[in-house]
Design a protein around this ligand. Sequence first.
Ligand code: DOR
Length: 428
Amino acid sequence: MKNNIILAGGKIVDPVTGYFGPANVFISDGKIEKVEKRKKDKITGRNVIKLDGKIVCPGFIDMHVHLREPGDEDKETIISGSEAAAAGGFTSIACMPNTRPPLDNAGAIEYVNNRALMAPVKVYPVGALTVGQKGETLTEMMEMSACGAVAFSDDGSGVQNNDLMRRALEYSRTCGTPIISHCEYSDLAASGVMHEGFISSKLGMKGISAVAEELMVMREIMLASLTQARVHIAHVSTAGSVDLIRKAKRAKVPVTAEATPHHFTLTDDLIQSFDTNLKVNPPLRTKKDIDAVIKGLADGAIDCIASDHAPHSIEDKELEFDYAPFGLIGLETTLGMVITRLINKKIISWVEAVERMSTAPARILDIPGGTLNEGEPADITVIDPDLEWTVNPDNFKSLSRNTPFAGWKLKGKAVMTIVDANIVYSTI
Ligand code: DOR
């Protein structure tokens, strides 16, 4: 653990200035003291960390993570999830409220804050939108916001009642926090287990139509326009949703959106393997949807990349496809997927990737980070862009193993994660 350090020899990515090139980063008193574009003379000294060939970025922020504490600590705890985050290059995470019991009151938010004091990364709780996440009565959003809830959400399911969502948006505007919406009308989703389409018909499985998501995306856009409150669309999965969000942004509606690595890489035809690690909500869609999500990430219709890290036990995932829970883990694979599938394929640049994984989530949640500006907290991710590795769930810090990416060969990995100038993860 060091407090005054110099990160020398790497290339920095600064989405705020658009700079991607050599620079040394000076850190003192837990903050970024200065970033100096490199001159010829090399810096030496005891507190110099040599990062030749590495990329140095503002710390990544995953704004969509499920920790299972309280309630299911065998799947993930606040500490284990934070360790997984640090290993994946994240310096901050926002945790969703669908724990048991849900984070639906100020005491629960304080509980997370207290547990997170020992966590290696910054943990920001998201408060539930409705009591018990039952979709009936709004929670005390003001109180939770005062205790540090950075957003509100009933993630795991959509808010079915339109008027309730309107009121929630009005309150959230007063709190100054966004609402994160899991867009899905449950009557249209009709207890489906995968995307409704050719493959679901072939397999005889119940499908979740694209319109179950898109209709609610449309509602959120209309309500955000009406209330001028900020709505953030979680895990966008369909081409139609991307189109709606792009058009809403052009019309200056205060809407933002995120996409996950699985929704920009995996298609529903993989479900013919019946691998329950592919069962996720919203479901994996078609090639056309993937292409639209990728285009949205490239042109900025989708603001950020989040993992939707959703840990489940092996016993739960070993059930038949119909009965297994939705969800897959992603904290330790997201960065590798972004580098391998987006940056190295020249779909987005390094500067754009860091904007989507750091600057945008910081802006949406209004939390520190996302920049290497002088005086900002020294939350930094160091990446080896050339490191080739194979995803092996046995090496995960997460307590769960439910990844569909096991065995995938990826290029690029976080090799050092620094939070408030403390090195919380390093393989250097
Ligand atoms: O697949 C999912 N799993 N989607 C969600 O929205 C919730 C998550 C979970 O909590 O397991």
